[in-house]
Design a protein around this ligand. Structure first.
Ligand SMILES: C[S@@+](CC[C@H](N)C(=O)[O-])C[C@H]1O[C@@H](n2cnc3c(N)ncnc32)[C@H](O)[C@@H]1O
Length: 243
């Protein structure tokens, strides 16, 4: 993993680093085959099919919030997984840095996509999305890559990225709904060896409050939001833009 540049930006917290390490283990080892299948066209169970459909809808929402023409724009796909969003952005002309802590997922993305995509380009990296050495961006997109972190850590990481972003930051969070809370509570009492690190639901109002109070987001404002909820997928997109 790329080391974080000393003394640059905001230091990640202990809780952030701990959760990142758990996610690396989970996505790089435990779940890599399941994730590879889910993100392919291969048949999946009914439950997973609803997740796949929800994820497709969410990706389209996020891509719809980026400019149609991304020629020459620098886009960070933060927690890129197997690279589905990165490839679409690159096809619109973006220079995408696609980074993920899970080396095996990045390898799958590399094999599936390659580096040259239409007029754009993808620079695949293994490491932390927060790494200041990645440079500046016009747009940052984090699809479902921050849903396992505490809300204060999410806002802290995003504000660190905001200092290096000129346009917008698009990310998703797990909305604190009755369905999701019940689902997660039931999930916790069902023993399962390969369980993913827990999702951390957050109320939209709390997220807005934290963003509003974060000095790193001075001069930014919250823009569009859109929730995708269907079957076993529930996630909400939020846009933060330079005012
Ligand atoms: C639910 S998956 C989503 C992947 C991809 N964005 C997509 O929608 O297909 C979350 C991804 O975020 C990655 N991730 C989590 N924390 C990260 C971090 N701090 N830096 C880079 N990647 C991270 C995980 O390894 C995992 O691949």
């Amino acid at each position: 993993m790329t080391a974080l540049a000393e003394g640059e930006g905001i230091a990640p917290t202990h809780t952030y680093a701990l959760r990142r390490a758990q996610l690396e283990t989970y996505f790089d080892r435990t779940a890599v085959e399941a994730w590879k299948r889910l993100t392919s066209d291969a048949p999946v169970s009914g439950i997973r099919a609803t997740v796949r459909a929800g994820r497709d809808a969410m990706r389209n929402t996020l891509l719809g919030w980026l400019p149609a023409d991304l020629t020459g724009k620098r886009v960070l796909d933060a927690g890129c997984g197997t690279g589905a969003l990165a490839v679409e952005a690159a096809r619109r002309g973006a220079h995408v840095v696609a980074i993920d802590v899970a080396a095996n997922l990045v390898e799958i993305a590399r094999e599936r996509i390659g580096a040259d995509v239409g007029s754009g380009h993808i620079d695949f990296r293994v490491g932390d999305m927060f790494d200041p050495a990645l440079g500046r961006f016009d747009h940052v997109v984090g699809m479902d890559s921050l849903i396992h972190y505490r809300a204060d850590d999410v806002v802290r990481v995003l504000s660190g990225l905001a200092a290096r972003t000129d346009g917008s930051i698009l990310f998703t969070f797990a909305p604190r709904t009755l369905f999701l809370m019940t689902f997660l509570t039931v999930g916790r009492v069902v023993p399962r060896g390969d369980r993913s690190p827990a999702i951390v639901p957050v109320a939209e109002q709390k997220l807005r409050r934290l963003i509003g109070a974060e000095p790193g987001f001075a001069g930014w404002s919250v823009g569009r939001t859109h929730r995708v909820a269907g079957g076993f997928y529930i996630s909400q997109a939020l846009e933060v833009v330079r005012a």
